[in-house]
Design a protein around this ligand. Structure first.
Ligand code: PEP
Ligand code: MN
Length: 345
């Protein structure tokens, strides 16, 4: 939709616009108003270059997109009809709970194994755990591939599918070889388009899902959805969208909690939204309220950092992991709220 600066385009301006639009296989339809005319673009209007050329015209005020740039992720896409089942759990039919340590400590494998059993007991259906860690400081613990073997052992013992973050293709290949059920793309790589493409392409022929975290500096839901579109465009539509807080942070929190974006995302896409209140708030005492808010906003599930003994954990666990008891209570409350809201719809 083209909005001119003046009330209407002159004939030569309209000719120039038609030439641009028609060169992209679309047509212009003039809509005559009492005071102002607007100009609809008919056809597949998702050509970025067409938009850039139109916006570059001095007499054009605005060009609005009617269709979204994420055609596969869009609610209107054919993909919206699929039934989504992850590790035997049908998404949207009951909330999904992912829990586990921030970081698997290769020096204390027993703690991860104990935590895996404990989160399962508390009601989690998937086990998360950091093998390779994106750390702000180069001197902090960066991860260790040995941690993957500990998670594989935990999976074998508990039957819980795994969620593991990958930051490059080498890690991606190792995770795919281990048949990790969910590949996490963290907030720092949320706009790393080369990684998004590699993950989409290499996971496409497998059964792996992708948990895509929302970038810390992403303001617009459309930017988040376009990043997810990269995965689907490369052949893997098994995507979980994960709001995890943005910057600048809210005083007292680690980030600015952004669970409320869930409702907007659900209006735009069919992709399930799994919120991460652990990173959005950054403190164990704030996690339950943010988690319940996420459910109230319509989230399909939660990913929560939890540790059998948070103070013995590494990475974020000492400050933000829930104990198995508080995780169990939160899962019970989340389920109750979810069913209450669904039943009264
Ligand atoms: C994590 O899940 O432990 C993590 C590092 O996540 P994020 O990318 O959201 O910071
Ligand atoms: Mn963490």
């Amino acid at each position: 939709m083209i909005i001119p600066k003046e009330n209407r385009l002159t004939e030569s301006q309209l000719r120039e616009i038609c030439d641009i639009v028609e060169s992209f296989g679309c047509r212009v339809q003039e809509i005559v108003g009492a005071h102002r005319n607007i100009y609809a673009i008919l056809g597949d209007e998702r050509h970025e270059l067409m938009f850039t050329r139109l916006i570059g015209l001095t007499y054009v005020d605005r060009v609005d997109h009617i269709e979204s740039s994420y055609r596969l992720l869009d609610r209107e896409s054919e993909l919206a009809k699929q039934r989504l089942v992850l590790g035997g759990n049908a998404l949207g039919e009951a909330p999904l709970f992912i829990a586990g340590p921030c970081t698997v400590d290769p020096e204390n494998p027993e703690l991860t194994i104990e935590t895996a059993h404990a989160v399962k007991e508390a009601g989690a259906q998937l086990l998360r755990g950091g093998v390779w860690k994106p750390r702000t400081m180069p001197y902090s613990y960066q991860g260790n591939p040995e941690a993957l073997n500990i998670l594989l052992k935990a999976r074998e013992q508990t039957g819980l599918p795994l969620v593991v973050e990958v930051m490059d293709e080498r890690q991606l290949e190792a995770a795919l070889e281990a048949k990790v059920e969910v590949l996490q793309i963290g907030t720092r790589n949320a706009l790393n388009y080369s990684l998004l493409k590699a993950v989409g392409r290499l996971s496409a022929p497998t059964e792996s899902w992708v948990l895509l975290k929302r970038g810390r500096h992403i303001a617009e839901p459309d930017e988040f959805l376009s990043a997810a579109e990269y995965l689907a465009a490369e052949g893997n539509p098994r995507i979980l969208l994960c709001p995890r807080g943005t910057m600048p942070k809210l005083d007292g929190y680690r980030n600015h909690p952004d669970e409320s974006i869930t409702q907007l995302l659900k209006e735009k896409t069919w992709a399930p939204v799994i919120c991460d209140p652990s990173h959005s708030t950054g403190r164990a005492i704030y996690v339950p309220a943010a988690a319940l808010a996420a459910i109230a906003y319509g989230a399909d599930g939660l990913v929560i950092e939890a540790n059998a003994e948070p103070l013995k954990g590494i990475g974020d666990d000492p400050k933000q992991a829930l104990t198995p008891e508080s995780l169990g209570k939160l899962i019970r409350q989340s389920k109750a709220l979810w069913h209450l809201l669904k039943n009264e719809e």
